[in-house]
Design a protein around this ligand. Structure first.
Ligand code: HXC
Length: 259
């Protein structure tokens, strides 16, 4: 078990994996090593057939308060350029299973970018979101001007990134940055319930749906619709599609096998 990150099935359901950032003394500040561990663990889970959904979380005080400022303060542009961190962010985006960010406390800077890189965010009601890089003389570097702007639109993204202000969980919910707000104390339980719903579905259909929605962020509408249609056709090659439709017609619960 890593000293930075712990992983275990939640409520003994092996289909849902829980990854927990574990640097509480520095509010889960992200080092390259920690990001590497997250990606290594996600890739391992992506290859395990029994795992259907992943929850990424921090602790009550912080999901993650950004890149590690101590490490960053000693860095130079060539180190940044050659650091494997940027490749790790790309590898994170290639995970095919759904990843839910379960956010309590601060999700700031790179920590907020990490939450946005997940498939959706469920937050405790005291969570805070922001891109405070501007306060320390730099600018977001892993999606805080790009994913944020796609999520909020230019005006709100610009104001957040230029002022370094934080959004409350409710504000983040109201502007569609996050999917759900729940009482902070029940965050993991609520995420687990959502993850279980996803785990009950066909893993093939889940994978295709995640892929199509992610493509909507990259493609024009007509290219995206074409891409979506092809994934729809592809789902008909799966035994799970036959099972899902038969189960509906036979008025029984489907049993998906992931093939
Ligand atoms: C390193 C951090 C840290 C960080 C907090 N700590 N955030 N260390 N990197 N990002 C450390 C503090 O130094 C402190 O250590 C301990 O965690 C507790 O933090 P406090 O500040 O004492 O807590 P609090 O007063 O509650 O304030 C919480 C906070 C504040 C508002 C979140 O810590 C803060 O502003 N943190 C920095 C947030 C930030 O600027 N993030 C963006 C980083 S740039 P000690 O030893 O004093 O106890 C970035 C670029 C990403 O993310 C680019 C991607 C490639």
């Amino acid at each position: 078990m890593s000293e930075l990150l712990t992983t275990h099935p939640y409520n003994n359901d092996l289909r849902v994996a829980l990854l927990q950032l574990n640097r509480p003394k520095v509010l889960n500040a992200l080092t390259t090593d920690l990001l590497q561990e997250i990606v290594d663990e996600l890739r391992r889970l992506d290859d395990l057939p029994e795992v259907r959904c992943i929850i990424l979380t921090g602790n009550d005080k912080a999901f993650a308060a950004g890149a590690d400022i101590l490490k960053m303060s000693q860095s130079n542009p060539i180190e940044q350029l050659t650091d494997k961190r940027m490749r790790l962010w790309k590898e994170f985006a290639m995970i095919s299973k759904p990843i839910i960010a379960a956010v309590n406390g601060f999700a700031l800077g790179g920590g907020h970018e990490l939450a946005m890189a997940c498939d959706f965010v469920i937050a405790g009601d005291s969570a805070k979101f922001g891109q405070p890089e501007i306060n320390i003389g730099t600018t977001p570097g892993a999606g805080g001007t790009q994913r944020l702007t796609r999520a909020l639109g230019k005006s709100k993204a610009m104001m957040l990134a230029l002022t370094g202000e934080m959004l409350s969980a409710m504000d983040a919910y109201e502007c569609n940055l996050i999917a759900r707000v729940v009482p902070a104390k029940t965050l993991l339980q609520e995420c687990f319930e959502v993850a279980k719903k996803i785990a009950d579905k066909s893993p093939i259909a889940v994978k295709l749906t995640k892929d199509s929605i992610n493509k909507s962020q990259e493609l024009s509408l007509s290219d995206g619709l074409e891409y979506e249609r092809r994934n729809f056709y592809l789902s008909f090659a799966s035994a799970d599609q036959k099972e899902g439709m038969s189960a509906f017609l036979e008025k029984r619960a489907p049993e998906y096998k992931g093939n």
